[in-house]
Design a protein around this ligand. Structure first.
Ligand SMILES: *Cc1c(COP(=O)(O)O)cnc(C)c1O
Length: 483
C-alpha cells in the first residue's frame, strides 16, 4: 500500500485524483451556471441531518465516496446565497473568479502571518488599493480579517491604545472609564466589540436616529457633555455607512468634524456601504469617509468576493502596529532570508496563522475592475428603488422605511394590525421553505418588516417581481385562512 515507506498524504495515483478533481470543478461550474433553475433554499430533512452524524472516521474512505456525500448531504441543503433570489440579511453572491481563486490559494496553502513572500505582497496591494478607493493616505495600514465584526473589534482596540497609550497593553484598562458612541441602528457587532475589549457594552452610548436613520448629532453632542461631566472619557465615535436594517448612512463628514474637534477616534463601520465609493453616483453619499481614522468593510458582501473577506484600514499605521506588534524570539525579523519583510500582518491584528484571503480579493478586483463592481452596486440600488415604487403601488403592501441604498423593508398589511407581525413572519418562512425566495425580517418602529437586501450581483427585476408576487399570494392565502 505504502510506497517505499512513505506515509505522506499525496495521492497514490495522481491521475485518478486529477480526473476526480476535474469532475468536481465541472460540477461546481454546473451548479453556478444553473442556479436560477433551482430552489433558493431547502430545509435539511431530519433523515439527512441524522446521516451527518456518524462515528469519527478511524479508517479512511475513497475521496470519490466522500465527494458523493458532499453532493448528497451538503449541496442540496446549503444556504443558497449564490441564488439570485437570496435577499436575506446582507449576503454576497460570490463569483466564479472568487471560486477559482480559492482553489488557487488552497494549492499554495500559504500562511500569511508574516515572512517575506509574494502572497503578503498581494495582501499589501489589496490594502493599498482599498486605501486609495477610500481616499486614505497610501501609507495607511490594514489587515484582511474574517469580516467586519473582527475589523470593528480591531479598530476599537486601536482607538483604546491611541487614547490610553501603549502601556494599556500591560496595565489593562485599570478602571479607565472609556465611552464610545454609535447610533441605535449600528450593527450589534459594535456593541459586542466594546464588550470584548473589556469595557462592558454599556460603555457604548447608543444615540437615537433621525427620520432618515442617521445618528442625531444634537443628541450625540449632549451625550458627550454629560459623559465628560461625569468623568467618563469619550474615546470613539463609530459612524455607519449603510446600516444593516435600512442602508442609512450617517453624516460622515459632520462626524469627522466633530471627532476632530473633540479629539476622539472616528471609526466607520462600512461593512457594505463603504463600497459606494466605487460608483460615481453613490460616492457623494459617503462623503467624509476619507477623513475617518479607521474603516471596517467587507469584500464578501457588495464586492461579491467569496466568504470570508473583511478588511480594517487604519490611517495611522504606527497607532495600528502599537496595538498589536509584540516581540517573540520565534517570530524575529531579519533583513534577509524568508524572515525579512517587516512589518508582518501579525503586527496588525490578533491572528498569527492566516490564509491567503487576499488572492480572491485581488483576482476579483483585477478581473472585473472597480468600475464594473461599482455598476453592480449601483444596479442593486436602482432595483431597490424600483421595488419600493412597486410596493407603494400595491394596496396590500406597505413600505416601512425609506430606501436609502439597496435595502427594501416592507410588509403585507391586509389584515388586523395585531396579527401583522405574525402574518409577515409566516410569509417569510413560507417563501423560504418553498424555495421561492429568501428575504429576512427585522423590526422597525415596533413593526415586523420583510427585508430584502439587494447585494447579490445576480438579482434581476424578475426576481424582485417573484418576491412581491410571492408575498402577495402567501399573504392572501394566510389572511383568508380560517383561524
Ligand atoms: C454585515 C455587517 C457587519 C458584520 O460583518 P461580518 O462580515 O458579518 O462580520 C457589521 N456591520 C454592518 C453594517 C454589516 O452589514
Amino acid at each position: 500500500m505504502m510506497n517505499s515507506g512513505n506515509r505522506n498524504l499525496d495521492p497514490k495515483d495522481w491521475y485518478e485524483t486529477r480526473v476526480l478533481g476535474h469532475r468536481m470543478l465541472d460540477e461546481a461550474f454546473d451548479h453556478l451556471a444553473n442556479l436560477r433553475n433551482g430552489r433558493v433554499w431547502t430545509p435539511m430533512p431530519t433523515e439527512i441531518r441524522a446521516q451527518m452524524q456518524g462515528p469519527i472516521p478511524e479508517k479512511g474512505t475513497e475521496l470519490a465516496d466522500v465527494y458523493a456525500d458532499f453532493r448528497r448531504l451538503v449541496v442540496p441543503y446549503s444556504l443558497g446565497n449564490t441564488h439570485p433570489r437570496f435577499m436575506g440579511w446582507v449576503h454576497g453572491g460570490g463569483t466564479v473568479v472568487g471560486m477559482l481563486a480559492e482553489l488557487l490559494s488552497a494549492s499554495l496553502n500559504n500562511n500569511l502571518g508574516g515572512r517575506d513572500h509574494a502572497a503578503i505582497e498581494v495582501e499589501r496591494e489589496v490594502i493599498r488599493w482599498t486605501a486609495e478607493m477610500m481616499g486614505f493616505p497610501s501609507d495607511a495600514s490594514g489587515v484582511l480579517v474574517t469580516g467586519t465584526s473582527i475589523a470593528n473589534l480591531i479598530a476599537v482596540l486601536v482607538a483604546r491604545t491611541a487614547v490610553l497609550g501603549p502601556s494599556v497593553r500591560e496595565r489593562g484598562l485599570a478602571g479607565a472609564r472609556l465611552v464610545a458612541y454609535a447610533s441605535t441602528a449600528a450593527h450589534n457587532c459594535v456593541s459586542r466589540a466594546i464588550d470584548m475589549v473589556g469595557l462592558g457594552s454599556s460603555a457604548l452610548r447608543l444615540i437615537a436616529t433621525d427620520a432618515e436613520g442617521k445618528m442625531d448629532l444634537t443628541i450625540l453632542e449632549r451625550q458627550f457633555s454629560a459623559d465628560r461631566q461625569s468623568g467618563c472619557i469619550p474615546f470613539l465615535i463609530v459612524g455607519t455607512a449603510g446600516t444593516v436594517d435600512t442602508g442609512a448612512i450617517d453624516d460622515l463628514d459632520a462626524l469627522a468634524r466633530l471627532s476632530r474637534r473633540e479629539k476622539i477616534w472616528f471609526h466607520i463601520d462600512g461593512a457594505f456601504g463603504a463600497l459606494c465609493v466605487l460608483s460615481p453616483h453613490l460616492k457623494p453619499l459617503v462623503f467624509g469617509i476619507e477623513r475617518a481614522d479607521s474603516i471596517a468593510l467587507d469584500f464578501h458582501k457588495w464586492a461579491q468576493v467569496q466568504y470570508d473577506a473583511g478588511l480594517v484600514l487604519v490611517r495611522d499605521g504606527a497607532a495600528h502596529a502599537a496595538t498589536f506588534a509584540s516581540p517573540a524570539a520565534y517570530l524575529a525579523r531579519e533583513v534577509r532570508g524568508l524572515a525579512a519583510g517587516h512589518p508582518w500582518p501579525v503586527d496588525f491584528g490578533p491572528d498569527l496563522s492566516r490564509g491567503f484571503r487576499a488572492l480572491k480579493v485581488w483576482m476579483t478586483l483585477k478581473t472585473y475592475g472597480t468600475e464594473r463592481l461599482g455598476e453592480v452596486i449601483e444596479d442593486s440600488c436602482k432595483l431597490a428603488r424600483r421595488m419600493a415604487r412597486r410596493v407603494e403601488t400595491e394596496s396590500e403592501l406597505e413600505l416601512l422605511a425609506p430606501v436609502a441604498l439597496n435595502i427594501v423593508c416592507f410588509r403585507f398589511k391586509a389584515g388586523p394590525e395585531h396579527e401583522l407581525d405574525l402574518l409577515n413572519r409566516e410569509i417569510v418562512a413560507d417563501l423560504q421553505e418553498n424555495g421561492i425566495a429568501v428575504p429576512s425580517t427585522t423590526v422597525l418602529d415596533g413593526k415586523l418588516a420583510i427585508r430584502a437586501a439587494l447585494i447579490n450581483h445576480r438579482v434581476s427585476w424578475d426576481d424582485l417581481k417573484a418576491l412581491v408576487e410571492g408575498v402577495l399570494s402567501f399573504g392572501r392565502r394566510r389572511a383568508t385562512a380560517p383561524g
